[in-house]
Design a protein around this ligand. Structure first.
Ligand code: TPP
Ligand code: MG
Length: 441
């Protein structure tokens, strides 16, 4: 076979010129002292030699049957009762970190409860809760460095909270008031912060994955000690762009951690209608990506997995895929009523038995670190604080409507001028149907 290749190369030489000649002459030297009988008997030489092939020949006509393989296991550190299940991590559990995880979960849950109600009362137009998925926010957030870049999908506000985004900033964005850095042009929950290295949410599913790979590629090119963490949902993984993102990241050796929040649903579509096979994790090895599946309700499993993933990204210059198994306890959003497609029992089971906050609470209790009164007070205080912030921030004006047009390009385009005039005319007639607290122009 090598002889044949050499002859082909010699032919190619005549066609392609000198560079090829050099390569061929080294090939010929390589096997010039091997006899023809040795070539026939050497089974090593009888491996497939297709470009990029890492395979072996076989004479067995056999299709790979995915049902005969073991599924990818789910890494966890703590069981449902907050007991250690992993000896190797028993002495690495930082209980002060656990305490912070617990408090941040309480804070996020309270913010969700109040802003969800604010939507129901018509104060804001839309909201999404994160109930049940808190561990997939705080564990990874704690494992990253502050200047690692995070691309969220939309249901990951805990990462921003961990990094110091204030309740006031969350509320300003949801109310789209003059202090919202996005100037009220995005729907609620589309947070972003340049200072906190958190890319602004754009809920066109999976668009964030390609952008995340691009940013990680830039880090690699500049030799930065930074990685990108990219969240995506089980539903987003069905978009073609997810495959493109995995493959580009793998082939271009990008330091990006893909973190799938597999919460069982994409709005009303359950995962069993979303994919066959062994979930999202199974896609990683196929594309040459180091992969792990973790218990996404175990905040320490998420923490250690991202810590390790970060090392792989930096030391080996490769992407990593993490599939965090969890459950979306709330409705998809305020536009959804999940009782139409799942049972109350199902929600109760996950809500009560699997909740990541319960697990941390049990761990703290077992270590005499849980002060019932202190946590009750913290919960009440934070609730009052969030309500006050809502009352304060909702009084502020909306940004000037003209900024819809002026703050897009350096100068308004002709089309924008036309649309601006059109809106002007519209408001002359219908102004009374719009909120009072925005400056017209
Ligand atoms: C390209 C695109 N298609 C459809 C939608 C509508 N949509 C918004 S969220 C969603 C479900 C996404 O599910 P998943 O990725 O599992 O995230 P989860 O909501 O469960 O956190 C869909 C279909 C969208 N935003 N973008
Ligand atoms: Mg989902």
């Amino acid at each position: 076979m090598l002889l044949r290749r050499a002859i082909a190369h010699i032919v190619a030489t005549r066609i392609n010129g000198t560079n090829v000649v050099e390569r061929i002459s080294s090939n010929v030297r390589m096997f010039s002292n091997v006899t023809t009988s040795e070539l026939k008997n050497d089974s090593n030489l009888d491996k497939p030699e297709f470009p990029g092939s890492k395979s072996q020949f076989t004479t067995e006509l056999k299709f790979l049957d995915p049902t005969t393989y073991d599924t990818i296991p789910t890494f966890r550190v703590l069981d449902k009762s907050g007991q250690h299940v992993s000896e190797s991590y028993a002495d690495q559990l930082d209980l002060n970190l656990a305490l912070r995880f617990y408090k941040e979960m309480i804070k996020l849950n309270q913010m969700d409860a109040i802003l969800y109600e604010a939507q129901r009362q018509g104060r804001i137009s839309f909201y999404m809760t994160s109930y049940g998925e808190e561990a997939t926010h705080f564990g990874p957030a704690a494992a990253l460095k502050d200047d690692d870049l995070v691309f969220g999908q939309y249901r990951e506000p805990g990462v921003l909270m961990w990094r110091g985004f204030t309740i006031e900033q969350f509320v300003n964005q949801c109310f789209g008031n003059i202090f919202d850095t996005g100037k009220g042009r995005q729907m609620p929950i589309h947070y972003g912060s340049r200072e906190l290295n958190y890319m602004t949410i754009k809920s066109t599913l999976t668009s964030q994955m390609l952008h995340a790979v691009g940013s990680a590629y830039a880090f690699r090119m500049k030799g930065k000690d930074q990685v990108t963490l990219c969240y995506f949902g089980d539903g987003a993984a069905s978009e073609g762009d997810a495959h493109a993102a995995f493959n580009f990241a793998s082939v271009l050796n990008c330091p990006v951690i893909f973190l799938c929040r597999n919460n069982g649903y994409a709005i009303s579509t359950p995962v069993h209608e979303q994919y066959q096979g062994d979930g999202i994790a199974a896609r990683g090895p196929a594309l040459g990506i180091p992969t792990i599946r973790v218990d996404g309700n175990d905040v320490f499993a998420c923490y250690f997995a991202v810590q390790e993933a970060r090392k792989i990204c930096m030391m080996e210059g490769r992407p990593v895929l993490i599939e965090a198994m969890t459950y979306r306890i709330g409705h998809h959003s305020t536009s959804d009523d999940s009782s139409a497609y799942r049972s109350v029992d199902e929600i109760r089971t996950y809500g009560e038995k699997e909740h990541p906050r319960n697990r941390i609470e049990l761990l703290l209790r077992r270590n005499n670190m849980f002060d019932e009164q202190e946590h009750k007070k913290y919960k009440e205080d934070i609730r009052k604080e969030i309500i006050n912030v809502v009352f304060q921030q909702e009084k502020h004006n909306k940004p000037a409507i003209k900024e819809l047009f002026t703050d897009v390009y350096d100068q308004m385009s002709r089309i924008q001028e036309e649309q601006f005039q059109e809106l002007n005319e519209h408001l002359k007639t219908y102004r009374k149907h719009y909120p009072k607290n925005f400056k017209d122009f």
